[in-house]
Write a protein that binds this ligand. Structure first.
Ligand SMILES: Nc1nc2c(c(=O)[nH]1)N[C@H]1C(S)=C(S)[C@@H](COP(=O)(O)O)O[C@H]1N2
Ligand SMILES: [Mo]
Length: 509
């Protein structure tokens, strides 16, 4: 075959797959926001990736792992498209077989999504039919070795441009349509109710005004985000429902207006993630507005032998929370507001859970739509199925926020500052040690509540040289953070945080 035949075959393959993907996405918009074959294939790969591949991706790409995955799927599709085109020209109809096999994979991916129903076969099916059709058409025109059947160059180019334009147009329409019921616009219109029970004001003494210290309240834009969602769910308040069922006397379904009619509390609560490494920043503190979760449990009547709340998100993710943590009087909230605004989309709009004292993976279900009252010996949640802990109370943590690691400080008085948390037990002390010296008490900022983190400072008389500064916290129960380092999996990291700081000689300043 001539080079041009290969080029035409590759172009045919790429256009066929592009047309298929575009039409698939367009049909998906009409079916469900979760029926996108592209997203579903990416999600399927994540769900079925072996642990080492997942870890490699997180190590390599960090928080850019999702965009990296999307680009990776795109690159794989492109390669597949070229191969399909060439096979179709050389050995028809085997190129079609490649496309059909991939569409079948798309069907498996979309129909195994947590929220799928039978209509989810339509997007990948449409994608497969369109891709196969375009491939047949363009490759028939590419069989230029048999002059009778082939198109001339101009005919081929015309067909290619038309198909490319049509694909581009349907991709654009898909995008526009998916933005139409725009929840971002809706979110801007939401007016939060006034809480029946307001949060205690934050005293000045709880927030240190020191450069480089972590602010007491975390801005929404700065708040850490952890979830498995490749696409942030766009759930409208109109469509939001919370179905409460399982081991209850009376099932209940709440909609947005029902929720707003309930009495709201506002509380400042620190949230943290079990995967936080010693010294890490997967923790944040916000003013949450919501309905006490207990009030909803009271309405349904929980049976005495139930011990778990299995919460499901609109994207299928689940968390399993001990019922005790909701009924023991702590401020477990079904939250709709964060720092005076409706929840940002990434933080669970329109409704999420916030429960003091438990790591997010067993408590903080975002975009929550379903509550099943059940038992720990009957049900498992998303991360527990993947080897993480079952009940995961937060372990005490403390971290040095300033001075910066490996920075050089002038000799003399150096202000060391940090943050410590042990939600729902509180922090009673933080100590600092320089090199092999004695542990010394740090100064604690005022305690806002046992559910929030606490800032600390330590005025260090720094002498020239390189030093390692350690910190450790004691919780409200008097337990000192253990030195032993353990990894975050399965139920949270332990160990003392340390930082290496250089102190300059007086002369070299
Ligand atoms: N739907 C859903 N909710 C979720 C998660 C998730 O993956 N999906 N991750 C949980 C985890 S592990 C944590 S630590 C918190 C983080 O909440 P944030 O992203 O608002 O900080 O959300 C929890 N809620
Ligand atoms: Mo987490």
């Amino acid at each position: 075959m001539r080079v041009e035949t290969y080029v035409r075959a590759a172009v045919a393959g790429v256009l066929a797959v592009a047309a298929g993907v575009a039409v698939g996405e367009l049909v998906a918009v009409l079916v469900s926001p979760f029926a996108s074959p592209y997203q579903a294939v990416a999600a399927f790969l994540v769900d079925h990736a072996p642990a080492f591949a997942r870890e490699w991706a997180i190590d390599t790409f960090g928080t850019a792992d999702k965009p990296a995955l999307m680009v990776g799927v795109g690159a794989a599709l492109l390669a597949l498209a070229v191969v399909a085109g060439i096979i179709q020209v050389r050995k028809p109809p085997w190129g079609i077989a490649v496309v059909v096999a991939f569409a079948a994979f798309g069907v498996v991916a979309t129909t195994t999504r947590p929220t799928s129903d039978p209509s989810f076969v339509l997007p990948p099916l449409a994608a497969g039919i369109v891709a196969a059709g375009v491939l047949v058409l363009l490759c028939a025109g590419s069989r230029i070795q048999t002059a009778e059947a082939g198109w001339n160059r101009r005919q081929f180019l015309t067909a290619a441009v038309l198909i490319g334009a049509a694909s581009g147009a349907s991709a654009l329409v898909a995008r526009q349509l998916s933005r139409a019921g725009d929840v971002l616009a809706e979110r801007r219109r939401v007016r939060l109710p006034v809480p029946a029970s307001a949060a205690e004001p934050i005293p000045d003494g709880a927030q240190l005004q020191i450069e480089g210290a972590t602010p007491f309240v975390t801005d929404n834009a700065e708040f850490y985000r952890i979830d498995t969602a490749l696409q942030v769910p766009r759930l409208s308040t109109q469509d939001w429902r919370l179905r409460v069922h399982g081991m209850v006397d009376d099932e209940l379904t709440l909609d947005w207006d029902d929720l707003l009619a309930m009495s709201m509390s506002e509380r400042v609560i620190t949230l943290s993630c079990v995967s936080n490494e010693v010294g890490g920043d997967l923790a944040g503190n916000a003013r949450w507005l919501g309905v006490p979760m207990r009030d909803i449990l009271d309405r349904v009547g929980v049976r005495g032998d139930a011990d778990m709340l299995l919460s499901t998100s609109v994207d299928g993710w689940t968390s399993g929370t001990p019922l005790e943590a909701i009924t023991d009087g702590r401020d477990a909230l079904l939250a709709i507001g964060m720092n005076g605004e409706p929840l940002p989309l990434e933080h669970g709009y329109p409704v999420r859970q916030v429960i003091p004292g438990l790591y997010g993976f067993v408590s903080a279900c975002k975009w929550v739509t379903d509550w099943e009252i059940t038992r720990f010996d009957r049900a498992q949640a998303y991360w527990t199925e993947r080897g993480w802990g079952v009940r995961a109370p937060i372990k005490s943590a403390s971290r040095i926020d300033r001075p910066a690691p490996l920075s050089t400080q002038p000799a003399g008085r150096v202000m060391v500052a940090g943050t410590a948390w042990a939600q729902h037990r509180g922090i009673s002390a933080v100590e600092v040690r320089v090199d092999d010296g004695p542990w010394q008490r740090a100064e604690l900022a005022e305690q806002y509540s046992i559910d929030t983190w606490r800032q600390w400072t330590f005025a260090w008389d720094a002498v020239p040289g390189q030093h390692t500064i350690y910190c450790r916290a004691t919780d409200g129960a008097g337990r000192v953070q253990p030195e032993q380092r353990v990894a975050p999996i399965p139920d949270g990291a332990t160990g003392w945080h340390s930082r290496v700081i250089r102190v300059a000689d007086a002369q070299s300043q």
